[in-house]
Design a protein around this ligand. Structure first.
Ligand code: CUA
Length: 253
């Protein structure tokens, strides 16, 4: 079971959605950290623009009220102001674009991965395939992750988020995710890992993950795929390399 944040006193990492949550879940990968930083970066400009525009609006409403300003001005053009309000926003956009490009290009980079995991979306469950290993009968390790129905939940398990077979991965290791679908569009998304990758039938998408800390990370299918779209969650469990090796050898024989 994962430790959860209480509103005022964080007692653990927030790796699953909480009721009334407004902010992000805690980052577990450098990618997610980059996304949060970019968000804060853009928010800085956003608040400045918000205050400035609000100030202009209130000022205009105040000064050009018909009682204070009975005879309207005839001016309809102002070259200087038009140049300013064109140039200035484009400079702001550049300041937003630089960190945005930096993070999106670094997310694209696939760092020589140690493990490759294939996630295949189905209506309505995920199949996870560890293609690097073969069991004694030459089969690669494959299992399905089904959501635990509400009636079968045990105390402490998260409703609509828990699955029967978790994706176990080692922490502090470069992973490659290959994401595809067997039927319709799905999306393999885990907020704490900063991953949201579409599962497209007949096509495989690739993304890389580097989880910095051990933990249990909850995610959900994030592409509307039909009536039970809400019932195909994803659970990634990051463990130490030793635990991972014993897990995988248990699974394989
Ligand atoms: Cu699968 Cu939404």
């Amino acid at each position: 079971m994962s430790l959860k944040n209480t509103w005022l006193f964080p007692i653990g990492y927030c790796d699953a959605a909480e009721p009334w949550q407004l902010g992000f879940q805690d980052a577990a990968t450098p990618m997610m950290q980059g996304i949060i930083d970019l968000h804060h970066d853009i928010f800085f400009f956003l608040i400045i623009i918000l205050i400035f525009v609000l100030w202009m609006l209130v000022r205009a409403l105040w000064h050009f009220h018909h009682k204070r300003n009975p005879i309207p001005e005839r001016i309809v053009h102002g070259t200087t102001i038009e140049i300013i309000w064109t140039i200035f926003p484009s400079i702001i956009l550049m300041f937003i674009a630089i960190p945005s490009f930096a993070s999106s290009y670094s997310m694209d980079e696939v760092v020589d991965p140690t493990i490759t995991i294939k996630a295949i979306g189905h209506q309505r469950y995920w199949t996870h395939e560890y293609s690097d290993y073969n069991s004694s009968d030459e089969q690669s390790l494959t299992f399905d992750s089904y959501m635990i129905p509400e009636d079968d939940l045990e105390l402490g398990q998260l409703r609509l988020l828990e699955v029967d077979n978790r994706v176990v991965v080692p922490a502090k290791t470069h992973l490659r995710m290959i994401i595809t679908s067997a039927d319709v569009l799905h999306s393999w998304a885990v907020p704490s890992l900063g991953v949201k990758c579409d599962a497209v039938p007949g096509r495989s998408n690739q993304t890389s993950i580097f989880i910095k800390r051990e933990g249990v990370y909850y995610g959900q299918c994030s592409e509307l795929c039909g009536t039970n779209h809400a019932f195909m969650p994803i659970v990634v469990e990051a463990v130490s390399l030793d635990d991972y090796v014993s897990w995988i050898s248990n699974k394989l024989d």
